[in-house]
Structure formats: structure tokens, C-alpha cells
Design a protein around this ligand. Structure first.
Ligand code: SF4
Ligand code: FES
Length: 378
């Protein structure tokens, strides 16, 4: 899910945990099953098995609870959500609850009939991932033969159904040089929005950091390409660009701030403040099989751990930007420093920032097509 800072606070999010903000969005990871093997996969190292997944009825009850809490946007995600045979039923239930439904998909597992059925049942929006601009590159990175060709067909079916399409491309050293072609492909597919997000290095992506880290020259060129394309495509296609954290001055407000804006539910019902939160071993997560969603959101230990600003160490504690970026990304802080409560080392004020830069430059100096470890689903 794209990080954003547009939370709808009923109260001050930095206040006591009993006055939690109203969540705007929920990411429902309906399954971890996925046919692709992307080296930057953001799903946890340990995946939920099919027989542990929430049932159709359990998911619908979670959607009902979310709607009662004030959630407006429901992102149906995975893994690959089309791997669930009840995706149409889940979509219909969410639509009946007046949730705006966004399907986040690789496209693999969809057919023209399924796309039509999903739209018929109220699907509002589709976010289709691509791994590169051409089949050879994309299928190598995604680890799935003919995956790219499938996506092109799926985009046509979505367009034929008249549903708005966002194309999502995770970029890194191995495909960032193709950014102009990626933008051209999104245009050809009729996307209303293109999200170009540099890889975030935690979970599986951290394993492949040296193979994926972009060079400074690539990052600078990408920013210029995005600026030019935004001007050229104004009014036709919106481009969201997430620059590489390791090369920035300040971190981004990951998730719009921890437990301020949205929540995630994993395939077996664990409720998380962000999609990668399970990479932080000191956090304790509850499931919707144990407690109501609203209670977990309000005072669950994983949610209160980093909500607001009271948890912050220096330099964040005394920083004028602490309610701008909320101290950056907790998962990145843990992945790089071993302590999720540290200032995100992407911040130039972090004592570990220089070390992060040094690591990034060393990684980026590796060959452009260095071997990576495909996501394993064993
Ligand atoms: Fe953000 Fe903390 Fe850096 Fe200030 S010190 S800019 S709050 S990460
Ligand atoms: Fe940034 Fe988890 S990915 S807080």
C-alpha cells in the first residue's frame, strides 16, 4: 500500500492510546499464495499456509468490523488474491458494506470472466503490478514464464470493463534504466495512475539488497524522468514516485505514521500496523480470532508500540519534523540497526545514516545484473 499522510484523525494521534485515530484504509492479505517469485517480496519470511487462512465468513466479518470503525478503502491483496476462489464473494460483501474496493494483483489467476464477475460484484479499482517493461526482463524478475504477457491481457480486460487501473512497478538497479519504457507501457495499458516505488529493504528484499540497490546516477536520472513525464502527462496519468530511502535526506512518513492511518490483516487474521511489521520480532500481534478489530487497533500492543511520538528517541524526540515523517520506517530501522525504536537510518540526522550511505554505495557498485534469490514459497 502506498504510504500517505492523509489520515483522518478523530483526535490527536500523538495523544494517549485510548484516543486512537480513525483508520481510513485496511489491507486485507487474503492469502500468501502467489505464483510469482519477486526478489523484493514484502511478505514475511514465514508465510501463512492455505489451511490456516481465514474462511470466507471470517473475512466478511472482518470487513464488517472495519466498516463500522470508519474504514473507507479496502485493499484486497496477498500474495495473489486471485488464488482465493471466493474473491468474487469477498468483493461483493465489501461492496455491500460500502467499502471502496481496490484489487492489488499480479494478474495471474484472473480471466476475462473473473474480471467481469468482480466488476459486476462491485469492484471499484484495480492495481496491477508489473516487474519490467518487456517480457524477458519482467519474467526473469518475477520468476514466472509468460507472466508479463498475462498482465497485458488482464489490463485489456480491466479497461474493457471500464474500471480505473493503476499500474504498480517496484524498481531497483536491474530495471530502473527502463523507466521511460515502463511509463510508456503504463500509458499504453490505459492506466490512470502509475506508482513507481523503489524497493524497500526489509524482509525478503533485504536478502537481495546488494543485487537490487540502485546507483546514485540511476536515482537522479529517475527523478528527472518522472518530473518530465509528470509534465507531459498532466491530466492524463498521475505518477506517484517513491525515491530510494538509502539515498535521501529525510525518511518518508511510512504508512503515514505508525498506527495512524491504516491497518493490515494477514491471511490467518493477525492484525498489523504495517505490511512488514512481522519482521520486528519484539512486537506481539493479536488476531481477529482473539479480539475485535477495533480493540486491537485501539490498544493492541503492536499498535501502541510506536503510535504518536512518545516512543521516540533523540534525535527524533526534539526534531521539528517528528510529526511530518513520524520518525520514518520502523521496519527499516529494525532491518538496518537491529532496533525498531531507533531513528530510521535513512534520516540524515540518524547517527547511522553515514553507515547506511556507505552500505548503499557498496551494494550499488555490484554488477547491474547481479544474481538474486527468488522469493521462495516452500
Ligand atoms: Fe524525521 Fe526523526 Fe529524522 Fe527528525 S530526526 S527528520 S523526526 S527521522
Ligand atoms: Fe515502514 Fe513497516 S514498512 S513501518
Amino acid at each position: 500500500m502506498a504510504a500517505t499522510d492523509a489520515g483522518a484523525d478523530a483526535t490527536d494521534a500523538s495523544g494517549p492510546t485510548s484516543s486512537a485515530p480513525i483508520p481510513m484504509a485496511m489491507l486485507a492479505e487474503v492469502t500468501h499464495r502467489c505464483p510469482l517469485k519477486c526478489p523484493y517480496c514484502s511478505n514475511p519470511l514465514e508465510l501463512v499456509r492455505r489451511n490456516e487462512e481465514l474462511s470466507t465468513e471470517e473475512w466478511i466479518d472482518v470487513f464488517r468490523q472495519a466498516a463500522e470503525m470508519g474504514v473507507l478503502h479496502l485493499h484486497l491483496s496477498g500474495g495473489e488474491p486471485a488464488a482465493r476462489r471466493d474473491l468474487e464473494e469477498l468483493t461483493a460483501a465489501a461492496s455491500t458494506l460500502d467499502l471502496y474496493t481496490n484489487l492489488i494483483t499480479s494478474g495471474v489467476g484472473l480471466t476475462a470472466e473473473r474480471v467481469a464477475a468482480l466488476v459486476e460484484r462491485g469492484l471499484d479499482h484495480v492495481q496491477l503490478s508489473i516487474q519490467g517493461a518487456d517480457a524477458a526482463q519482467a519474467n526473469r524478475i518475477g520468476g514466472y514464464r509468460s507472466g508479463h504477457e498475462t498482465k497485458l491481457r488482464v489490463a485489456e480486460w480491466i479497461r474493457a470493463e471500464g474500471v480505473p487501473l493503476t499500474v504498480n512497478a517496484v524498481v531497483h538497479r536491474q530495471n530502473l534504466d527502463d523507466l521511460p519504457e515502463i511509463i510508456a507501457l503504463a500509458e499504453r495499458l490505459g492506466a490512470k495512475r502509475l506508482e513507481v516505488a523503489n524497493t524497500q529493504y526489509h524482509g525478503w528484499a533485504y536478502v537481495n539488497r546488494a543485487a537490487l540497490m540502485p546507483t546514485r546516477e540511476q536515482a537522479l536520472r529517475a527523478s528527472r524522468i518522472v518530473d518530465d513525464a509528470r509534465t507531459r502527462l498532466a491530466g492524463a496519468m498521475v505518477i506517484d514516485y517513491v525515491p530510494p530511502d538509502y539515498l535521501g535526506r529525510y525518511p518518508k512518513p511510512c504508512m503515514g505514521g505508525w498506527a495512524r492511518f491504516g491497518l493490515n490483516v494477514t491471511p490467518n487474521g493477525r492484525v498489523l500496523p504495517c505490511h512488514a511489521a512481522e519482521t520486528i520480532p519484539t512486537l506481539r500481534f493479536e488476531t481477529v480470532r482473539e479480539r475485535p478489530l477495533a480493540a486491537i487497533w485501539a490498544d493492541g500492543p503492536a499498535f501502541t508500540a510506536f503510535r504518536g511520538t512518545d516512543w521516540m528517541p533523540e534525535p527524533c524526540r526534539g526534531c521539528e519534523r517528528k510529526e511530518v515523517d513520524w520518525g520514518g520506517c520502523r521496519c527499516q530501522a529494525f532491518a538496518f540497526t537491529g532496533d525498531a525504536a531507533n531513528t530510521d537510518p535513512a534520516c540524515s540526522r540518524s547517527p547511522l545514516h553515514d553507515e547506511m550511505r556507505r552500505v548503499a554505495e557498496a551494494d550499488a557498485a555490484m554488477p547491474r545484473d547481479a544474481a538474486f534469490t527468488p522469493r521462495a514459497f516452500a
